[in-house]
Design a protein around this ligand. Structure first.
Ligand code: ATP
Ligand code: MG
Length: 321
């Protein structure tokens, strides 16, 4: 087994809840609450879970785009949170984020070619003369045309803008890309094109992805391993095949049973969850999922289950497994 490219250990990220005239901290949103993930070079690790489960917060803390509360993140053995600012800056190009709406990050008055090239100059990765060629290369890699280089962001379709977002990350020659719902805003045929692009880039550029999505069919298509998050905690991680063939955690079962599209390998058992996801500022005692779990027993309300290895590539946090 190869060394992990990214090793996330017992990561926590709490957001303070402020209230009153004095703006005092009255509580904490436990957005990420003790999560461990290892991602190997060249793999695509999928992160799924309901809205608000903490996926984006994991993605951002995994590449130190925000501070952590506790835990460690190592990129190729280097503790990201221990790096001094100038060292982190040098590493930045290697760790890129692509998100759902790249349009919001594009300056409407800056031509796309300049938008893609500016980071190259900023990081000193190319000289002024080289930039145009580098940008043309990456546009072509992302399935855009050379004439797009002088266009403005509003002149592109949603799918093309997503390609621009990918090109912007890719031009820096990254090793790890955190892709946060990168295809969720696109229609299905464009989704397929972008997903194929992600795949192709993985083969040609040896990229590693942390791929965040609530769309299980996309995750099944693209990812080699999958982690299922619930309310800031990891319920289960497994290889894609194991997870989709036989989900073990009741929450994973419920998520998969709600997928409308056919997943042929999946043994189906329809589970409908009661109620909404609880408030992460005040999570349920014991197993956070026990308030919605159809199989919960007394112990589940009392004791937090450990996230433990149950064979192969599978880890599960459940008293009943
Ligand atoms: N900057 C912030 N300040 C306070 N709370 C935050 C902040 N960012 C996220 N949260 C809270 O952390 C929790 C997890 O949010 P996060 O965006 O990581 O969820 P998510 O799984 O990505 O959801 P979605 O699928 O809707 O994108 C939520 O309860 C959210 O309200
Ligand atoms: Mg999110």
């Amino acid at each position: 087994m190869s060394e992990p490219l990214l090793d996330i250990r017992r990561l926590k990220k709490y957001f303070p809840i402020k209230s009153g005239l004095l703006n005092r901290t009255v509580g904490q949103v436990k957005a990420v609450d003790d999560i461990s993930i290892t991602i190997r070079p060249g793999e695509t690790f999928g992160l799924v879970g309901e809205s608000g489960s903490g996926k984006s917060t994991v993605g951002r803390t995994a590449i130190r785009l925000t501070d952590k509360t506790e835990g460690e993140v190592a990129f190729k053995g280097v503790d990201l949170y221990a790096l001094p600012p100038q060292e982190l800056r040098k590493l930045r190009p290697k760790l890129q984020l692509i998100f759902q709406d790249p349009y919001s990050s594009l300056n409407p008055r800056v031509r796309v070619g300049d938008a893609i090239g500016e980071a190259l100059l900023e990081h000193g990765l190319a000289s002024k003369d080289e930039v145009r060629d580098r940008v043309l290369d990456v546009l072509s890699l992302c399935g855009l045309s050379s004439y797009h280089i002088d266009r403005f962001p509003h002149e592109f379709s949603g799918g093309q803008r997503q390609r621009i977002g990918i090109a912007r990350a890719l031009v820096l020659n990254p090793e790890l890309i955190v892709a946060d719902e990168p295809v969720s805003a696109l229609d299905v045929s464009i989704q397929a094109q972008i997903i194929n692009l992600f795949r192709r880039l993985q083969e040609t550029n040896g990229l590693t992805y942390l791929f965040i999505s609530h769309d299980l069919s996309v995750v099944e298509h693209l990812c080699s391993r999958v982690g299922v998050m619930y309310l800031g905690s990891m319920a289960e991680t497994a290889s894609r095949d194991d997870l989709f063939r036989e989900p073990l955690h009741p929450y994973t079962k419920a998520l998969l049973s709600a997928v409308p599209i056919p997943i042929p390998k999946l043994k189906r058992e329809r589970i409908v969850l009661k109620g909404d996801i609880p408030n992460p500022a005040n999570p349920p005692s014991g197993c956070k999922f026990h308030t919605r779990c159809p199989f919960a027993v007394a112990r589940c309300a009392e004791e937090r289950p450990e996230f433990r290895h149950v064979g192969g590539e599978r880890y599960v946090a459940c008293h009943l497994v």
